[in-house]
Design a protein around this ligand. Structure first.
Ligand SMILES: [Zn+2]
Length: 467
């Protein structure tokens, strides 16, 4: 690369032996190289190694445009943006060209004129790959002018030829010539624009205000859509649907482990945190489990889906409530507990859509998901039959109070005399820190409650577990 990155004119570029290739050839060549070297093509994409990624690789090796079908929050945008990694670090373009013309084969009139006049002295610029990606969210108000271009009626009136590109004001797609252009939510594009897009892809010409203009663009087009919108009759014009070579279905993380990995990678972290925080594994699993259950819940609209962002936001909220407690009580370590979970209502509502608005209350739907999630996670760690010794100690009126504002010290004091509890805690917690032990104790009490072995009542802002 360095060999020709210094070339400033077409003459120097020719002398360097540089051979420009089409965008599809460029992506294909670089991809095959990455596969050969076993490089990570999509860094930060978790759980798609055996499903989505092989399909993308095949599409690019085939030189096919891709449409990604998936519900919200399935990393579609991230994947589409990381396609930029398949481009050369920089490519030469004719300096000042609006559509990144290839120095050896310019398509716009300005560049062709310039080349005819200046020849090998024509100046070139080097375009970094980050600048070769464009994207647009399809909305019904996008016009041909935005996406493809417009003709300047004044210039037409001046008597220029109708097919003269000098009369065109280029839209977003021509400006991404020799790059990757992505349209999000393709079905929301009007029919007229879909026809325009098809003509651009297939016929490589465009009609603007009745003028037909030849535009030999070299663009790799990707799009995304909600699967149901896409398959709905009439939402996408058939020729355009045919034109997309590859239809790749994305999905939510298949496992709790993948969901947790994504959350830990994506969650917001603050560099200047002076708090020590610790997120127990079982609390992580509860957060991920809530989302997985929500994706199967008949009360929740599955057409729009339940994004991984629900897990991310809930994780953040739960941790923040623990930090709030630690700061308030002057504890050194912030450890989320079961009693922090009611706060995730604020980070879950608004990210899910209920199937029915009147009959079920959103808070109840969320609370039910939380309860089921605790049950599932608890029963992966414990068998209730083996906890009879603990349960028996609640006979005779013994009770334990918990709350999200109570200190870890008072938790541990309350259960100090319980026989066998320390061993049960050790199953999920190997820390000696009181804050971690308090969290584990509450997980066990709640686990017994959701297994219907302990009663739970609310009293003066506290939760009381008893038989
Ligand atoms: Zn040009």
């Amino acid at each position: 690369m360095a060999k020709w990155s210094k070339a400033k004119t077409i003459g120097k570029l020719k002398a360097s032996g540089y051979q420009p290739v089409s965008i599809r050839e460029e992506m294909r060549r670089n991809l095959i190289d990455m596969v050969k070297k076993r490089k990570n093509i999509f860094p930060g994409i978790i759980g798609f190694d055996d499903t989505v990624i092989p399909q993308i690789v095949n599409a690019i090796i085939s030189g096919q445009d891709i449409i990604f079908l998936g519900e919200r929050g399935q990393a579609k945008s991230r994947i589409m943006r990381s396609l930029v990694n398949l481009l050369d670090e920089e490519i030469p373009v004719i300096k000042g060209c609006e559509i990144n013309d290839n120095p050896f084969a310019p398509i716009c009139k300005q560049c062709r004129d310039k080349l005819a006049e200046e020849g090998d002295a024509t100046e070139i610029a080097w375009l970094p790959r980050q600048e070769r990606y464009g994207e647009k969210l399809a909305t019904p108000d996008i016009a041909i002018a935005d996406l493809i271009g417009d003709v300047d009626p004044i210039k037409v009136a001046e008597g220029r030829y109708l097919s003269d590109e000098l009369t065109i004001h280029y839209g977003l797609i021509p400006r991404t010539n020799r790059g990757i252009f992505c349209i999000n939510e393709l079905p929301d594009l009007t029919d007229r624009l879909q026809v325009g897009l098809f003509n651009l892809m297939e016929e490589r010409d465009i009609q603007i205000r009745g003028y037909r203009v030849r535009l030999l663009l070299d663009v790799f087009l990707v799009a995304s859509a909600n699967p149901e919108d896409y398959t709905n009759r009439g939402r996408i014009i058939t020729p355009l649907k045919d034109r997309y070579g590859a239809q790749v279905r994305t999905h939510y993380p298949a496992t709790i482990e993948d969901e947790i990995s994504i959350v830990e990678m994506e969650r917001r972290q603050f560099s200047e945190d002076r708090f020590e925080t610790y997120m127990p594994q079982y609390m992580k699993e509860i957060i991920a489990e809530i989302t997985h259950l929500a994706r199967k819940s008949p009360d929740i609209n599955q057409r729009s889906g339940v994004s991984v962002r629900v897990s991310i936001a809930n994780y953040e909220t739960m941790l923040s409530n623990a930090i709030r407690r630690a700061v308030t009580l002057g504890e050194k370590l912030a450890v989320p507990r079961i009693s922090d979970l009611p706060y995730i209502r604020s980070s879950t509502s608004g990210k899910i859509e209920l199937e029915s608005f009147e009959e079920i209350k959103e808070d109840k739907v969320i609370d039910d998901l939380v309860r089921k999630a605790v049950l599932n996670v608890f029963n992966r760690y414990y068998r209730v039959l083996e906890l009879e010794e603990i349960i028996a100690q609640f006979n005779g009126g013994f009770s334990v109070k918990v709350s999200d504002t109570m200190s870890a010290k008072s938790y541990v004091r309350n259960v100090k005399e319980m026989i066998g509890l320390a061993d049960v805690v050790r199953v999920v917690n190997d820390s000696e820190r009181l804050e971690a032990i308090a969290s584990a104790v509450e997980f066990i009490l709640e686990g017994l409650h959701v297994n219907k072995r302990l009663n739970k009542t609310r009293m003066e802002g506290k939760t009381v577990y008893r038989r």
